[in-house]
Write a protein that binds this ligand. Structure first.
Ligand SMILES: Nc1ncnc2c1ncn2[C@@H]1O[C@H](COP(=O)(O)OP(=O)(O)O)[C@@H](O)[C@H]1O
Ligand SMILES: CC(=O)OP(=O)(O)O
Ligand SMILES: [Mg+2]
Length: 413
């Protein structure tokens, strides 16, 4: 049984999952019990002249691409509805009983999936101060979806929720307490939906209760974060108040001495907005190696580009540092789990990240690491004390599952 079906509730209900970014709308129509995606799609370049729709129907192995004009999120929803009408599946036959939304920043207020009402929307809007790149788009998506699906409940699933179990020692910054409290400056952590799903799927793969396991989950996508998961609960994660802290990412610097900002402001005359753009959009492997996409960076490194090689070294050096730190926090590591676009696909990133950890009981099997597969798999050697796994993430499915749990909770036995 797949990790999807194994953890799904027993019903044939269908849920629409929406992930709205500032310029894109990703959607999936999911039947959680069967672990099945009926349709998946993406409306890109919202607000620009040259919008693009991709609509896929996995069962038919069919994919439709169209040029579309989408001035805003509401138009994006109309495009999505048009794609269902034109290419199927029929939303009358497979009517969603709820819409689940990814919301990036839930602050300290939201620690579980939440039914959206007026007050919840006010809170999401208010939390935009802590996630200016993400929450406004998430809210625009919710409002457009409410307009398109006025009859069904809408549920917000927060990236931050899974990390609400972090202890104060892990989430507090060492700055003035009163100032931090007033402005809600603390670490929140992100990618929680993925860390929750992957840590559970890893336990299923190992055939062991998640409560018994201490895991380090490495979500390496465009954004990247590490999470120490003890007994199924997040105890530490690398992203902080915003998704900028921690690992090196496609365009984000991750950890940096904050004094670099003072220096660049005073000496190079960069404004706060310019520094924001520098660290969020022009840094990471793009800034170091000239490519934001790991495939392009790896090709350049293979071709002997020294900047690309250094970018890969910095990227994996940072991962190794976090593995060491989290091993110390956990006291014992049962599994290191790689996930998301880079974690699932890049053998070289996995190999370099774990290089030199043999003394800590981490032994990679070179052949297993190079195998290509979409399934959860073990890539450690048989005599490795720590299991090393690749477990594909599935944020949309996890959002669908959590949404269903809110609108149709399983009966209490
Ligand atoms: N075969 C591959 N080898 C190396 N990197 C890959 C491969 N496939 C995808 N990636 C990388 O995965 C990253 C995107 O990950 P993904 O999880 O899809 O991102 P997000 O969901 O955050 O947009 C990109 O850097 C991309 O280059
Ligand atoms: C929170 C975050 O970094 O998300 P993403 O990886 O989708 O950019
Ligand atoms: Mg992703």
């Amino acid at each position: 049984m797949s990790a999807r079906a194994a953890s799904a509730p027993d019903t044939d209900a269908v849920v629409l999952v929406v992930n709205s970014g500032s310029s894109s709308l990703k959607y999936q129509l999911i039947e959680p019990a069967a672990g099945r995606t009926l349709a998946a799609g993406l409306v890109e370049r919202i607000g620009m002249e040259d919008g693009h729709l991709q609509h896929r129907i996995p069962a038919d192995d069919a994919s439709f691409d169209e040029a579309v004009v989408v001035p805003d999120h509401e138009a994006a929803f109309r495009v999505m509805l048009g794609a269902f009408a034109a290419h199927g599946p029929s939303l009358d036959e497979h009517a969603p009983i709820a819409v689940g939304h990814r919301v990036v920043q839930g602050g300290a207020r939201f620690f579980e999936p939440t039914l959206v009402d007026r007050l919840v929307k006010i809170n999401i809007d208010e939390l935009s101060a802590l996630a200016p790149l993400h929450n406004p788009a998430n809210l625009a998506g919710i409002e457009a979806a409410e307009h398109a699906f006025p009859e069904v409940p809408h549920v917000a699933v927060f990236d931050t929720a899974f990390h609400q179990t972090m202890p104060p020692a892990a989430y507090s910054y060492a700055i003035d307490r009163a100032l931090a409290a007033k402005h809600r400056v603390r670490r929140y952590g992100f990618h929680g939906t993925s860390h929750a799903y992957v840590s559970r799927a890893a336990a299923e793969f190992l055939g062991r209760p998640v409560e018994e396991l201490r895991q380090i989950v490495l979500h390496l996508g465009n954004g990247a974060s590490a999470c120490a998961v003890s007994g199924g609960r997040s105890v530490e994660t690398s992203m902080g108040m915003t998704p900028l802290e921690g690992l090196v990412m496609g365009t984000r610097s991750g950890d940096i001495d904050p004094a670099v900002l003072f220096h660049l402001h005073r000496r190079a005359g960069l404004s706060v907005d310019e520094l924001d753009r520098l660290l969020n959009s022009e840094s990471g492997i793009l800034g170091l190696g000239g490519h934001r996409d790991m495939r392009d960076l790896t090709h350049a490194a293979d071709a002997g580009d020294a900047d690309a090689v250094l970018a890969l070294e910095v990227y994996t050096h940072r991962i190794r540092s976090y593995i060491g730190a989290y091993a110390a926090q956990l006291g014992r590591v049962d599994a290191i789990v790689f996930t998301a676009g880079v974690g699932e696909n890049s053998a070289i990133v996995r190999e370099w990240s774990l290089a030199g950890l043999e003394g800590f009981g981490v032994l990679l099997d070179a052949d297993r690491n190079r195998e290509r597969s979409q399934a959860a798999r073990r890539i450690s050697a048989d005599d490795s004390r720590v299991e090393v796994l690749v477990v594909p993430t599935d944020e949309e499915f996890e959002i669908a599952r959590q949404t269903l749990a809110v609108v149709a909770p399983p009966p209490v036995e």
